[in-house]
Design a binder for this molecule. Structure first.
Ligand code: SF4
Length: 288
């Protein structure tokens, strides 16, 4: 069957080969583990039960996980093995089930989650790049209770140049609006862990603080300042960043400060920010 699961709509026959995202019809994962370094309402004290999927429907030239996302490093895993691994993470005390880079597996994950979610005492987190189709996000309603989308660009020229993602903001804005509609205001438990809700991430890129500001303005105007924001500073030149004019450097403190100041001026009620020292391949990002 031709795959049209994501905005690329490459129509690959994934039973016979791989799509533009690199995925075939089997789940492939690079890691399954308790993970402590997401935002505090996701990781908490016990960790987030994280499944890192291989491959990606974005092709970011600066991707820090390019060996997993673009070379497809990982291993194939059956549906039963994936279900068992997820249940194992919950038994270990995971606050949630965190599906990282899941978009290329959406059509396989819907039936798996329909079987699994009634047996889970914790919410499922959809940790994605937001380059997703509205109808797929609608199919996930009631299965995913915590959305963690990363809005990467407002400017379509940037999305095309850096990630080969035509129409990125149109798809991402529709997807994220639907996510907000589904969950409404954030609901946390006594430990401050999200039971349902959304945190919208954004990574500030060198030389592109204007685009970051346009994204924050859109969120404030269209989704409201009650939406929690995670403003990331962890960019460092990775993968093929050296080939991109202006992208072969880290963020300047003034660039990140400008976006962070704008975030404060807009009056968002909840925001997580990072230190610029988080921009390193050997440093685990710290959200405050
Ligand atoms: S999910 Fe992968 S195979 Fe399916 S349309 Fe998108 S790029 Fe193509």
């Amino acid at each position: 069957m031709e795959c049209r699961a994501c905005p690329l709509e490459c129509r690959a026959d994934r039973a016979a080969g791989r799509g533009a995202c690199g995925a075939n019809d089997r789940f492939e994962v690079s890691n399954i583990q308790l993970h402590l370094w997401e935002e505090p309402p996701i990781s908490g004290m016990r960790g987030s039960g994280t499944v890192f999927f291989s491959h990606c429907n974005l092709h970011c030239r600066f991707c820090q996980n390019w060996e997993i996302s673009q070379l497809g490093r990982g291993r194939a895993i059956t549906d039963a093995e994936l279900e068992s691994a997820i249940l194992g993470l919950v038994e270990q005390g995971a606050h949630n089930v965190n599906l990282v880079s899941p978009t290329q597996y959406t059509d396989q994950l819907v039936p798996l989650l329909e079987r699994l979610v009634p047996r889970l005492a914790v919410p499922v987190v959809w940790n994605s790049n937001a380059y997703e189709k509205l109808d797929r996000i609608q199919r996930l309603e009631g299965l995913v209770r915590v959305w963690l989308p990363d809005i990467k660009y407002q400017d379509d020229a940037l999305a095309r140049r850096y990630s080969s993602a035509p129409g990125y903001f149109g798809f991402a804005s529709a997807a994220v609006s639907e996510m907000v509609r589904q969950v409404g205001a954030n609901d946390c438990d006594d430990e401050g862990i999200l039971r349902s809700g959304i945190i919208v991430r954004h990574l500030v890129l060198p030389g592109h603080s204007d685009d970051s500001i346009r994204i924050l303005d859109w969120i404030a105007q269209e989704l409201g300042t009650g939406v929690a924001i995670s403003l990331m500073a962890q960019y460092y030149p990775a993968h093929r960043a050296a080939e991109l004019e202006g992208m072969n450097r880290r963020l300047r403190p003034s660039e990140y400060a400008r976006v962070r100041d704008h975030l404060e001026e807009l009056g968002f009620e909840t925001a997580f920010v990072q230190q610029l020292s988080s921009a390193s391949s050997d440093y685990t990002p710290d959200f405050t």
